[in-house]
Design a binder for this molecule. Structure first.
Ligand code: HAM
Length: 421
């Protein structure tokens, strides 16, 4: 039985096949995302992976709706697996915003599902680090969020030479659009054409633009002009104060595919342009109002960073550390007469926070030692009876081969000391 296309199996390292993903690398990524979000004062939230279909159909835009995994459940409800987190966040915030002081700064790491054509950087399931600020209209929030995005990427050892944030403004595009076209119902169609400039055939783009009364030439001229709006200048100044200016370029080619963005928009890309977008986000000041049926009106902004492209980039740049089981000790039970005492020791060590493993059933000493090495244990610990009949713990550093015998109750202290490298 094979897994579905576009879905992943995550195995502990060492990876048994190039077609599967590393559970250790995934955990490493989650840990760094979490740690960075917390440094910025963001709190973690989560929502259900299955939502009413309606949450997405009116709000996210056609592109994502075409990619939905949706079905009727046994209670005749039209439901969908979440393709993104933002509508869930808007729903959750609208329901209980009074319980929280503004601005609300929240993050989540949901698994998301999109029925996309499987390709490099795009699968049918991915994990996405979402960070959003709700209730703050000032562009200081935009800068804060972009700083978090930059630091979340730097947390993996990526530098300004590796990635860039392309900063743009939906508002600037909206003004450009309104100068020629007064039918606002067509604005989103226009944004989608701009969003696909890179990926679609030139002729097709020209035709689509012409249908709305625009030429590709004037669009390219607007992108090339690229004068930052006052809002974008304020964001750039804020980031410069933090020493983060070199990570950001104003680039009007970015407009974002999702329908709900209203102001600043941005995407993170690798500098060489080898990979799909690492992250994308922006301001969506009307979504909470829309989702709450006009009951709650709060400005908001956020971004999503996927694990797929990030891991591709970290692999390509050799920025993933080696992962092993991280065992502090392997307990060798060579004298079966000491199994009971050994189990007591193992339990005491584990209760003290150490990662300890051992052979569940009797095994030859050399087999046990081999297992300790395979599991990359830092040390072995073995109980033995001395000539005077006392039980002592013999600890061996597997790298330096240094050995020492200590009373069993002191074993934890010795095992906790950093192993020599
Ligand atoms: P998005 O641009 O659709 O935005 O996705 C954000 C990131 O998730 C992408 O840049 C990419 O790294 C990753 N991603 C998206 N789709 C896939 C896929 N099929 N396979 C692998 N990775 C993928 C949003 O989802 C917005 N809701 C982000 C946001 C949060 N905006 C405001 N707050």
């Amino acid at each position: 039985m094979e897994r579905l296309p576009g879905f992943r199996d995550f195995y502990p390292e060492p990876i048994p096949h190039r077609d599967v993903w590393s559970a250790d690398a995934r955990q490493y990524v989650f840990d760094r995302w979490r740690a960075t979000a917390r440094r910025y004062g963001f709190r973690e939230y989560d929502g259900p992976p299955l939502e009413p279909l309606e949450l997405y159909t009116a709000k996210s835009g056609q592109e994502i709706v075409h990619q939905l995994y949706n079905f009727m459940d046994k209670g005749e409800r039209a439901v969908a697996l979440r393709p993104e987190m933002t509508p869930t966040l808007a729903r959750m915030v609208a329901a209980h915003e009074r319980n929280y002081k503004k601005p609300i700064k929240w993050f989540a790491i949901p698994q998301l599902f999109r029925y996309e054509r499987q390709q490099k950087g795009r699968l049918r399931e991915h994990f996405q680090f979402n960070a959003d600020i709700v209730g703050e209209p000032d562009v200081a929030a935009d800068a804060e969020l972009i700083a978090l995005l930059i630091d979340a990427l730097r947390a993996f050892g990526l530098t300004a030479g590796d990635f860039v944030i392309r900063l743009s403004s939906r508002q600037a595009w909206q003004e450009f659009f309104s100068r020629k076209c007064h039918d606002h119902t067509q604005a989103y169609e226009f944004y989608q054409i701009i969003d696909k400039l890179d990926r679609e055939e030139r002729e097709q783009t020209e035709q689509k633009l012409a249908a709305l009364g625009f030429s590709l030439e004037e669009v390219m001229k607007f992108i090339g002009g690229g004068e930052p709006t006052p809002e974008l200048n304020a964001i750039l100044a804020n980031l410069a104060a933090r020493g983060l200016r070199e990570f950001v370029n104003v680039d009007y080619q970015v407009i974002r595919g999702l329908a709900y963005y209203t102001g600043t928009v941005f995407e993170a890309f690798d500098r060489k342009g080898e990979f799909r977008a690492l992250a994308g986000g922006g301001r969506y000041d009307n979504l909470v109002k829309l989702i709450s049926g006009d009951k709650v009106n709060l400005p908001a902004l956020g971004f999503g960073m996927g694990d797929v492209v990030l891991l591709e980039l970290l692999n390509a740049r050799g920025l993933l550390p080696p992962f092993d089981g991280g065992l502090d000790a392997f307990c060798l039970i060579e004298d079966e007469g000491l199994r009971t005492e050994s189990l007591r020791l193992i339990h005491a060590l584990r209760s003290g926070g150490l990662a300890v493993d051992y052979s569940l059933t009797p095994a030859k000493p050399d087999k046990q030692f081999k297992r300790a090495q395979e599991l990359k244990a830092a040390r072995t610990v073995r109980l033995e009876r001395s000539e005077t009949g006392e039980v002592q713990a013999r600890i061996k550093d597997l790298r330096t081969r240094e050995e020492r015998a200590v009373p069993p109750e002191e074993a934890a202290g010795w095992l906790r000391a950093p192993a020599k490298s």
